[in-house]
Design a protein around this ligand. Sequence first.
Ligand code: BTN
Length: 234
Amino acid sequence: MDIHWYESLSSTNDEAKRLAKEGAAHGSIIGADFQERGRGRTGKSWICEKGEGLMCSIILRPQWDKKYWGWIALTAGLALSELLQRDCLRSVIKWPNDILVNGKKIAGILTEADEEAVIVGIGMNLNMQTLPEVESEIKPTSFFIETGCTLDSRSYARSLQQQLVQLLSADSPLLIRSTIFHKLAWKDTIISLTTKADTYTGKITGLGDFGQLLLETESGEQEIYDAYNIRPIT
Ligand code: BTN
C-alpha cells in the first residue's frame, strides 16, 4: 500500500491529483496532519485543527466503466460506514457524500475525477472534544464525542483504504446498490432537496443505475444527480 503522509499540505486532493498525473498506483493514500486550504463540496472550505481529524485522499483507478463513477463517493461512504460499524457506531449516508452519526455530520467526502483517476478526499472529525457552533441545520460531531475514544488518523486512513479498495473490486457497483440504499439517511421521511436549478420535496425511493437519487415528488419521479442541500422536513 503506497502511503504519502505530510505534516502540512495545501489540500490532500491537490497533492493526490499531482501524484495521479505522475502515475501513482490505484489505492495510494495521501494524508496530512494539517491542510492550509482544505476544500469541501460546493465551494466550502474544510477546516480542521492539527491532529484532530482525518484528512486524506485516495487515488483510484476504478475498473468500473466511467459511466458508473457517480457511485464512487457513495462507495466511499459505505466503506466508512462499515468501518464505523466495527466500532459499534451506527452511521448513515446523507446522499451523496456525508456520513451522519446520531443525525450529526462526522465526515464528508469530496470526489474529483480526471481522465483516468478518481480522487476521493475524506475529511472526518476524529478527536475533537467540542466543535464550534455552526449555522447549518446538520450539526457536526466527532468520533470522540460519540464514543469517548480517540483514533490515529494514519491507521484509520489505511483501514478505510482497504475497505474501499475491497468494495471497488466488485464487478459492478450495481451489486452493492442495495447495501448502499440500505444505509441512506431519511428514507422514511419527506425531504427537501436543492439542486443548482430547483428545489424538490419528496420521498427517497431508490438509487438509479448511476448512483442518482430517485425522488418521488408530487409531480412524479425525479432523478437527481447532484444536490447542494438535503434536509428532512417531517
Ligand atoms: C464536504 O463535506 O463538503 C467534503 C469535505 C472533504 C474534505 C476532505 S479533507 C481531505 C480532502 N482534501 C481536501 O481539500 N478536501 C478533502
